[in-house]
Design a protein around this ligand. Sequence first.
Ligand code: SAH
Length: 330
Amino acid sequence: MNEFSKKEIIDILNDESQNEWLFALADKIRKENVGDEVHLRGLIEFSNICKCQCKYCGLRSPNKNLDRYRILPDEIILYAKKAVDMGYKTIVLQSGEDEFYTKDTMCNIINKIKEMDVALTLSIGEKSYEEYKAFKDVGADRYLIRIETTDKNLYKKMHPNMDFDNRLRCLKDLKKLGYEVGTGCLVGLPEQTVESLADDILFFKEINADMVGIGPFISHPDTPLKDAKNGNFTLALKVMALTRILLKNINIPATTAMETLNPNGRIIALQSGANVVMPNVTSTEYRAKYEIYPNKICINENPSQCRGCIEGKIKSIGRSISKDYGFRKK
Ligand code: SAH
């Protein structure tokens, strides 16, 4: 049961009358397979410097209107320590593709954070097998790298100087090295079809992703997609719900981009299949500058405000905050 074909997925995505049933089914499957606990991951966005030119992303290197920053290793470690003291059981390190952080620099940071009794996730883009292996050897547990879209033509248009096959290679290397692997897609990119979204969902299943992050595309004024329409919140939610139905026991975040398009977006996502939230644990000075898209939420809050706010919301819907590391349930 619940093994939808591509055609069935497309039909569900196209049929608005199915929404309530779909969200309720995803919520039920979430409850049966991963329970009512929500895993909080403390997110450190440590550099907004990026060599890539992804058409949708505000961090893209040609964007001259962004005030760039780089948090140095000692300060990253300090933020991690504060987050662990606040109760976070996972730290996520995310950045643009910034070559300042060499293999050795990253290994040092990972080493120090892993002394803190915490799970560690990296989200730092495309690296070589040797680099992924070095990070794993010093203790990194998980890696997030979205495929963004499985439509090869669209991928090519959206990612100048990048290669779809290399993205796949990264996912394959990470699996082979024993990471828990996260991927995901953007929903609502210009020219993206519902058929290709169905392929995205089936791709997550095919590679047996351990985590899947789905977010609506949000148009950024300082990118080539400045005149493009934002993605649709409900469609992104449907892609997420279908992912839960197909991959029952994985971890699925209620993404920040969802909340940017809908003031209650993360809570709605938690009630439609999601079981993870990733609050920001860096200070206010950096948050606004990590502007992958505009109107990011919580940019004026500090880490303890963020934690308090999301904890309150989670409890208000009868869910609890997990006290364990939150690996994929067996
Ligand atoms: N450099 C890392 C992290 C990228 S930022 C990497 O390559 O994996 C994390 C995610 O933000 C991206 O994977 C992308 O899916 C999302 N993102 C970027 N720009 C966006 C936009 N305009 N709207 C919505 N999500 C966006």
